[in-house]
Design a protein around this ligand. Structure first.
Ligand SMILES: NC(=O)c1ccc[n+]([C@@H]2O[C@H](COP(=O)([O-])OP(=O)(O)OC[C@H]3O[C@@H](n4cnc5c(N)ncnc54)[C@H](O)[C@@H]3O)[C@@H](O)[C@H]2O)c1
Length: 413
């Protein structure tokens, strides 16, 4: 059986590799020439635990154009535009690109995260022809992806999945296909329910993180430590408040819930407010930075972490860049991230040389191993602002650092 995977990004590459490892003939398609070239010369353009080993044992071929296949899987991006409306350009163009290759009995699967109704109302009419009807002559299914960057291969294998078919027969066929590697349960439903279920998973997390961010703001006003408040509240057997932070990034948390707001704006006020609360965190963080510094200009600030998540190289929608934009107008800002080539060319200690404040934005494991004694010696002012409750407060204060924590109103800036 031949599988054609459209979109070779964070989802498409691991999915293609997984199917290749199960003996399927896989062709991967992307419009980015550098991605196609890299894959064909056996260099993966993304970093993911265990992926390059699996790929070197089970490589797949990449191409700029689709080919005849039995299964087509669309994994292209679905960003939002400046008005927070979904931009389905890539889904539409990928559907148009594969339409000429679809034949009787093929199976088309949309994995991209999309607003409710997209599979039926947008993709289906592009793929259908006079003598080739969806649900009759070929199958069309939405199979949302829920893997987490940094642990994708493991989650591809173990997560439960949903197959939302425009017909039940299609969903059952897709279930059989994914059963080749999925060890979790696979549930069968209709396409719109699958689209909405995926969005509600991310929305749940968006709202929960917004609540944690609100706890941080409240705690700063009340003069208490939000991290301790949350830790103690979570001792309740049915409470699980997430953690606050300097903002959210990636696609799932800051972007996907807008797809629900777009479809039902009146009914989704709580979701909208949560999105806006999370979006306000970079500005809140910068305000705290100015409080610590005792001013807004003329400082040298070193930021640790460019990604939106620990121990990955993914910088999409990362709040770090909003923070950089707000700070660098009138300050000198350096950014260091061991996972991102562009921000690891300069040594961490060079970045911190004579700076007034070190701000930890991402809890990368490497930041545990920093030589804080050395930093203390080279910084102009040994001040540290931890936005993730990640640095050992006692050990850095013993070295002479002044330590500040996002959400902790019990420490004076
Ligand atoms: N990354 C995640 O952790 C994650 C998790 C769950 C769901 N998703 C969803 O999966 C989808 C894909 O996400 P991603 O992170 O892999 O995106 P990505 O941006 O990493 O990759 C998308 C790829 O599609 C390519 N592309 C765009 N138009 C194309 C076309 N017409 N033909 C061929 N290739 C085309 C792009 O060049 C890019 O390489 C999105 O809808 C996203 O919301 C992502």
């Amino acid at each position: 059986m031949k599988i054609c995977i459209i979109g070779l990004g964070y989802i498409g590459i691991p999915t293609a590799t997984m199917f290749a490892s199960k003996g399927y003939e896989v062709i991967g398609v992307d419009i980015r020439e550098n991605v196609v070239k890299a894959i064909n010369s056996k260099h993966l353009p993304i970093e993911e635990k265990g992926l390059s080993e699996l790929f070197s044992n089970h490589p797949f071929k990449a191409s700029l154009t689709p080919e005849i296949a039995d299964v087509f899987i669309i994994c292209v991006g679905t960003p939002t535009d400046e008005n927070r409306k979904v931009d389905l350009t890539a889904v539409i163009s990928a559907s148009r690109d594969i339409a000429p290759y679809i034949k009787r009995n093929d199976l088309v699967i949309l994995e991209s995260t999309v607003p409710p109704g997209t599979t039926n109302d947008i993709v289906l009419p592009i793929l259908e022809k006079e003598n080739l009807k969806a649900g009759v002559d070929f199958n069309l299914v939405h199979s949302p992806e829920r893997v987490i960057p940094g642990n994708m291969l493991q989650e591809l294998l173990s997560n439960d999945r949903i197959m939302g078919g425009i017909t039940r027969e299609g969903a059952v066929r897709a279930k059989e296909l994914y059963s080749s590697f999925v060890k979790g349960q696979i549930y069968v439903t209709d396409a719109k329910t699958a689209e909405t279920a995926k969005l509600m998973e991310n929305t749940f997390r968006t709202v929960n993180i917004a609540l944690a961010n609100e706890v941080a703001m409240i705690s700063e006003t009340l003069g208490i430590n939000a991290w301790e408040v949350i830790e103690l509240a979570n001792k309740h057997p049915r409470v699980n408040i997430h953690s606050p932070g300097p903002g959210v990034g990636g696609h799932c948390i800051p972007v996907d819930p807008w797809f629900i707001v777009e479809k039902a704006p009146e009914e989704s006020q709580l979701i909208r407010m949560s999105l806006e609360k999370n979006h306000s965190m970079p500005a809140f963080t910068v305000n705290r930075i100015f409080n610590i510094l005792g001013g807004e200009k003329g400082f040298k600030i070193c930021l640790l972490g460019a990604t939106y998540k620990a121990n990955t190289d993914d910088i999409r929608e990362s709040p770090t860049f909003d923070i950089v934009r707000l700070l660098e107008k009138e300050n000198q800002v350096t950014l260091y991230d061991p996972h991102v080539n562009e921000y690891s060319e300069k040594d961490l200690y060079d970045c911190c040389e004579s700076c007034d404040l070190l701000v930890l934005l991402v809890d990368h494991q490497q930041f545990k191993d920093i030589d804080y004694l050395k930093l203390h010696k080279i910084m102009k002012k040994p001040q540290l602002f931890d936005t993730k409750n990640f640095i050992n407060r006692k050990s850095v204060t013993e070295l002479g650092f002044s330590y500040h924590l996002l959400g902790d109103g019990s420490l004076k800036d």
